[in-house]
Design a protein around this ligand. Structure first.
Ligand code: PEP
Ligand code: MG
Length: 321
């Protein structure tokens, strides 16, 4: 079976009806690139940068970050590398500043923390921009919720560019900027985000957590964490359709992207770009190669109109049979 999977590694990812699908990889460490190459991924859709903070008390400086981002960009040899800016807080611990939190998941995390700790954020942005001369680097902003945060972030990126220019430090001029859609409010107001960004990435791990009010890390409510809840299907369809209509690249980088139970559902919702752990890539690719969109679409449409979990699960079984 393993050998069979290896054989599909270098062929294009296409459904039976010939629709091209892009599979990118999620990584958490620079050395994960080796696995990415073995998986046949055509890019990195999510490079979580929090590893720079693990098991230490000091902050990573610009050079250390530049080295880490550059090595990934170089090793990927021109394939896209999507670096997500620090998503610290909540389930990702850190020791930055002295911020007390009442409810970490709803508190000062991700871009909210970066906008408060602007010196730290500017250091990261400069490192990413500098590294982008070594490859096709993109910047991805986590946990955006409103236009004020987005505007502030875009201004800081401009400021980072300006400070590099002022010091004659080379950097990529055309780095694309994308936003994670992982707060329900962002999904519901996605049109505004599309107008100011170059691409979107749907973080279903958090989108499900916040939509259903289920802590993703709490075992006591794990049975209620349901990617098939009608509200989740509706939000996914809403974001993917809006992006497809506008010709804006959109991917899903949450766990469901790498889970073959949901591959056909996501295809049916219009998704054409997936990002997942390298170890999941060939299995999902095999599933895509066996999928036929004209059969998938009517069932997905029915799922979107269903209100009962039992009916939705029945339709999913049909989709996957
Ligand atoms: C997500 O929320 O779906 C996601 C990809 O980001 P993380 O799991 O790192 O929060
Ligand atoms: Mg997330």
């Amino acid at each position: 079976e393993k050998r069979k999977l290896k054989r599909i590694r270098s062929i294009p990812t296409k459904t039976l009806d010939g629709t091209l699908i892009e599979i990118h990889a999620n990584i958490e460490l620079p050395q994960d690139v080796e696995q990415v190459k073995e998986s046949g991924a055509t890019g990195i859709g999510l490079f979580r940068s929090e590893f720079l903070f693990l098991n230490r008390d000091d902050l990573p400086d610009e050079e250390e970050q530049y080295d880490a981002y550059s090595s990934v960009a170089q090793n990927m040899r021109g394939l896209p590398v999507t670096i997500r800016t620090f998503d610290l807080g909540a389930d990702k611990n850190h020791k930055i500043g002295n911020h007390s939190t009442v409810n970490p998941a709803l508190g000062l995390r991700a871009i909210r923390l970066s906008l408060v700790e602007q010196a730290m954020f500017l250091t990261q942005l400069r490192a990413i921009l500098r590294a982008s001369v070594h490859g096709e680097i993109r910047i991805l902003i986590p946990m955006l919720c409103n236009d004020y945060e987005l505007n502030q972030t875009l201004q800081l990126i401009e400021r980072a560019k300006q400070s590099l220019s002022d010091n004659n430090v080379p950097f990529g001029q055309k780095v694309k900027i994308g936003g994670m859609i992982e707060i329900p409010a962002a999904a519901l107001s996605v049109e505004m985000f599309m107008r100011k960004l170059d691409f979107l990435s749907i973080g279903t791990n958090d989108l499900i957590q916040y939509t259903l009010a289920i802590d993703r890390a709490d075992d006591a409510v794990a049975h209620l964490y349901d990617p098939l809840h009608p509200s989740i299907l509706w939000l996914l369809a809403h974001v993917i359709h809006a992006a497809n209509r506008a010709g804006m690249p959109v991917s899903v980088c949450g766990e469901i992207a790498g889970d073959i139970r949901y591959t056909r559902l996501l295809l049916g919702l219009g998704l054409r770009q997936f990002s997942m752990y390298p170890a999941q890539i060939l299995t999902v690719k095999q599933e895509i190669l066996k999928s036929y969109l004209p059969n998938i679409l009517p069932i997905t449409q029915k799922m979107l109109k269903s209100e009962e979990a039992e009916k939705i699960h029945g339709l999913l079984a049909k989709l996957n049979s």
